[in-house]
Design a protein around this ligand. Structure first.
Ligand code: GTP
Ligand code: MG
Length: 196
């Protein structure tokens, strides 16, 4: 898969300081510590392309990972983590919507949720925003390795039904970064958005 050749380009604190339009971008968003950076590492088959951590709040900048000359994956800081300083949180409340609404290259959002605790208030807000601005969303229900296979599938289907009912058009899948579950399916979605 072409995603294996992804590399790190740069980190930016906000939209204005991002590199010029790279053509097409897919951004990974979701609650803090949910596994966004780990998902990027698994999809690119690299151990530490995106920095991960046991403690929430690891990713604090917009990290850009070009896959080809005109297609990139973008790792966003997590939202909803209570312990970051209020100033950081306030800044993020601006930067995130600004990026989502203002980035011409953005073709889709991979919204990462923990299969054990999906659809938090923040996730709902993200789904509403993305719907409002017309950016398509693919939900990765990650950490599926925490369940037995059948249970993970059932749980995924339940969450999927809720998603479809409230946000028609949203696609979803179960995923595990540690067990490499759902990698091909996620690549297929990225291919579509990035034109790869
Ligand atoms: P922030 O950058 O802080 O917002 O976090 P993040 O969403 O990028 O999460 P990150 O990838 O850093 O992972 C957070 C923790 O979850 C780490 O301890 C990971 O090892 C763990 N984790 C991530 N994906 C999985 C998974 O699929 N299964 C399991 N069991 N653990 C995972
Ligand atoms: Mg991260």
């Amino acid at each position: 898969p072409i995603y294996f050749q992804a590399r790190f380009l740069t980190s930016a604190p906000d939209l204005r300081r991002m590199p010029q339009d790279l053509g097409r971008e897919v951004a990974f968003a979701g609650r803090s510590n949910v596994g966004k950076s780990s998902a990027i590492n698994t999809l690119t088959n690299q151990k530490s392309l995106a920095r991960t951590s046991k403690t929430p709040g690891r990713t604090q900048l917009i990290n850009v990972f070009p896959v080809t000359e005109n297609a990139a994956l973008v790792d966003l800081p997590g939202y909803g983590y209570a312990k970051v300083p209020a100033a950081v949180r306030r800044r993020w409340d601006q930067v995130l919507p600004e990026y989502l609404a203002g980035r011409d290259a953005l073709r889709g959002v991979v919204l990462v949720m923990d299969l054990r605790h999906p659809l938090t208030e923040f996730d709902r807000q993200m789904l509403d925003w993305c719907t409002h601005i017309g950016v398509p969303v693919h939900v990765l229900l990650t950490k599926a390795d925490k369940f037995k296979q059948g249970a993970a599938r059932n749980r995924g289907q339940n969450v999927g039904r809720q998603l479809q009912a409230e946000w028609p058009g949203v696609t979803w899948q179960i995923f595990s970064a540690s067990k490499r579950m759902g990698v091909d399916e996620a690549h297929a979605r990225l291919d579509e958005w990035l034109g790869l």
